[in-house]
Write a protein that binds this ligand. Structure first.
Ligand code: ZN
Ligand code: ZN
Length: 172
């Protein structure tokens, strides 16, 4: 171990004594300047520069991903009310198809925020047929109606999580 100077001072606040160092660039930082990340304390500069490299998505990526997710999830949801029980098998495949279509559209760019937005768009697309029928019937669907909605809802849950984990999983 190297000998540490007796007292460290925060690089941003030269009057503040500290024992913390950024675990990336090693500069001394006080408690106010330290940001707790998944890998330990980091200075705000390092956190900022890292967010930039992890968030390379453009506005077009958002538009593309959200449109693809809403449209494909919507089509899948309409199908699921017809195929019923088979939704359990078809929904994960639909999720993979949607995630792959989006990956192709955004190429190698990635962003956690984009993946979350895409998952939300998938959920919206999936639940849209249910909402539109609810709106048309004015909530007077009764028990048979609820039964009809089970599969689109199951589909939406499965497809949304598949899309999110496929997109976010490969980005780590
Ligand atoms: Zn740093
Ligand atoms: Zn400080």
């Amino acid at each position: 171990m190297t000998t540490e100077p007796a007292t460290l001072y925060c690089e941003n606040h030269p009057n503040v004594e500290t024992t913390l160092r950024c675990n990336r660039c090693e500069k001394p930082i006080c408690a106010k300047c330290a940001v707790l990340t998944e890998t330990g304390y980091r200075c705000t500069d390092c956190v900022r520069s890292q967010q930039k490299t992890f968030d390379t998505a453009t506005t077009i990526d958002y538009i593309l991903s959200i449109s693809i997710a809403v449209i494909l999830a919507y089509i899948g949801s309409l199908l699921s009310s017809r195929i019923g029980f088979f939704t359990i098998f078809v929904a994960p495949i639909a999720g993979i198809v949607i995630a792959e279509a989006i990956r192709r559209a955004i190429r190698r760019r990635r962003s956690k925020r984009l993946f979350k937005a895409t998952a939300a768009a998938t959920a919206l697309g999936g639940i849209l047929p249910v909402l539109s029928i609810l709106a048309l019937t004015g909530l007077t669907i009764g028990i048979t109606g609820i039964f009809f909605f089970i599969w689109p809802v199951v589909y939406t849950v499965i497809v949304t999580s598949t899309v999110y984990y496929r997109l976010a999983g490969i980005s780590l």
